[in-house]
Design a protein around this ligand. Structure first.
Ligand code: FAD
Ligand code: NAP
Length: 424
């Protein structure tokens, strides 16, 4: 039996290691020239910009058995993280399993197997494929009527703030990317406008000088998400400040229902008046931008930090992944397993602050445990298939974010661990 991993980012690296360590024959294809996925700065897949630091602390983000160096800061920079993945791949001898500069351009069924066609033309057959192609590479840009005479870019193309020097800048979107770019722009631009749609919670990076997210990970008991939200939300509002006080929309969801914004600087700049808020963009007209409330401004650059589309360009037919047109994402058990027992698995397709790379590694350990159980513990594998089918047949859970891929990190990691135990 031969397996392919598509992508050598954090999830792909975890997948190669999990399958190899389970004694399975695995190889990987990576379109970039090195490992690291998003963190390989400047690579075609990467949306990381020069000023990026982790928003999850190093102790909660690093693979469980490969901590980041003691001397690194609590929230390392993208330069350190890029090195971290190269060191990880070396330490666990993963480089020899990866073919670089050669992506998978096509994946089709071939009898009971999958035939992969590579960018350079070669084809190979596999018994199973772990798809770890990432979901922050295909920009989502809203369709805005009218024509703009200035520069328009999506955050994926944004690398560093020199482009803002002396310019009138509009940034659309209040995800963590939008917030980082607003902060970058303030020090260079002539003026900064920020167009915001939905609200979100803000959490500080540090509380009492310690990374704010560490406490959650140390908790011995996993409280239900709603209770954790009720308990922690007032602290977030007290420590970061209620977003409404800065003129931002009040979040309509609870703290642990979405990835929060981990950025205190952007609120500081809002409070100082370094940035002016705007409603969502309605139209372009020459160098003017017109907002939903009728306000109109002249700007030189528009940056859409409006998120990403989930895509699998190598799969012409998305039905084997149980694709849901409405959410623009597949519906998978534990975000990994499609209902059909077809040899496809997805790794890394999730949103959820706190999952980190240990969460991705648990996903791929589960895939390996399942594949092994198919021969070593067929009854357990069969029971697990039942779980997959029941989950996928049931109505979709409410409140799992825009694409329906949000997970509550504490609950999710616990579920993955328990499933691994059942299959091992
Ligand atoms: C600015 C920014 C900051 C972030 N900060 C954090 C953070 O603080 N904490 C956190 O946990 N997460 C953070 N993330 C999320 C980040 O996506 C994950 O940390 C992680 O990179 C996801 O890993 P992945 O392997 O699933 O996907 P990716 O890192 O996107 O890797 C996917 C890989 O697949 C390859 N690939 C794609 N298609 C093909 C193909 N057809 N053939 C071959 N190879 C292919 C790509 O080249 C890429 O190397 C951040 C993301 C961004 C953009
Ligand atoms: N420093 C870091 O570590 C860091 C930095 C950046 C990103 N990340 C991570 O990377 C992932 C992607 O983040 P992201 O910020 O790029 O994408 P994102 O989380 O999907 O956020 C996109 C934002 O754009 C808004 N939006 C969409 N269309 C809009 C429109 N027409 N007008 C105004 N706003 C609009 C969305 O608002 P609605 O809420 O209304 O839909 C949302 O606030 C997340 O997991 C994030 O946490 C981490």
């Amino acid at each position: 039996m031969k397996y392919l991993v598509i992508g050598a980012g954090p999830a792909g690296l975890a997948a190669i290691r999990s399958l190899r360590d389970a004694g399975l024959d695995v190889e990987a294809a990576e379109r970039n020239s090195d490992v690291g996925g998003q963190w390989l700065y400047g690579a075609q897949s990467s949306a990381v910009y020069a000023s990026t630091h982790l928003i999850s602390s190093k102790s909660t983000t690093a693979y469980a058995d490969f901590p980041m160096p003691e001397e690194w800061p609590a929230y390392p920079s993208r330069i350190q993280i890029e090195q971290y993945f190269k060191d990880f791949a070396k330490r666990f001898d993963l480089y020899s399993k990866i073919r670089f500069n050669d992506g998978v351009s096509k994946l089709v069924r071939n009898g009971g197997r999958w035939r992969a066609t590579f960018d350079k033309g070669e084809t190979r057959d596999y018994d199973g494929v772990v798809i770890a192609n990432g979901h922050l590479s295909d920009p989502l840009i809203p369709e805005i009527p009218g024509a703009f005479s200035g520069t328009v870019l999506h955050a994926k193309e944004y690398k560093s703030p020199e482009i803002f020097e002396g310019k009138r800048v509009l940034i659309c979107g209040m995800g963590n990317t939008g917030c980082d770019i607003v902060v970058d722009a303030i020090h260079r631009a002539k003026s900064v406008l920020w167009s915001v749609r939905g609200g979100n919670h803000f959490v500080p990076k540090f509380v009492g000088g310690k990374p704010a997210d560490e406490g959650n990970h140390r908790a011995k008991i996993v409280l239900p998400k709603w209770l954790r939200s009720r308990l922690h939300e007032p602290f977030a509002r007290l420590l970061a400040g209620p977003p409404e006080r800065f003129g931002l929309p009040k979040p309509e969801h609870r703290l642990y229902d979405r990835t929060p914004i981990v950025n205190s600087l952007v609120l500081l700049h809002l409070g100082q008046g370094d940035v002016s808020l705007r409603k969502p963009l309605k139209a372009f007209n020459g160098n003017s931008v017109i907002f939903e409330d009728g306000k109109r401004d002249d700007v030189d650059i528009v940056v859409f930090a409006t998120g990403y589309r989930i895509t699998f360009p190598f799969l012409k037919d998305l039905s084997p992944l149980n694709w849901q047109q409405q959410s623009g994402a597949p519906r998978l058990y534990m975000n990994v397993f499609p209902p059909e027992d077809n040899g496809l698995f997805v790794a890394g397709l999730l949103e959820g602050a706190g999952v980190g790379w240990p969460g991705r590694a648990l996903q791929t350990d589960l895939v390996a445990a399942y594949l092994k159980a198919k021969t070593a513990k067929p009854a357990a594998a069969q029971a697990f298939r039942g779980e997959i089918e029941r989950y996928c047949a049931a109505p979709a859970d409410k409140d799992r974010g825009g694409h329906g891929i949000f997970v509550d990190f504490l609950q999710y990691k616990r579920d993955l661990k328990r499933a691994i135990v059942r299959l091992s």
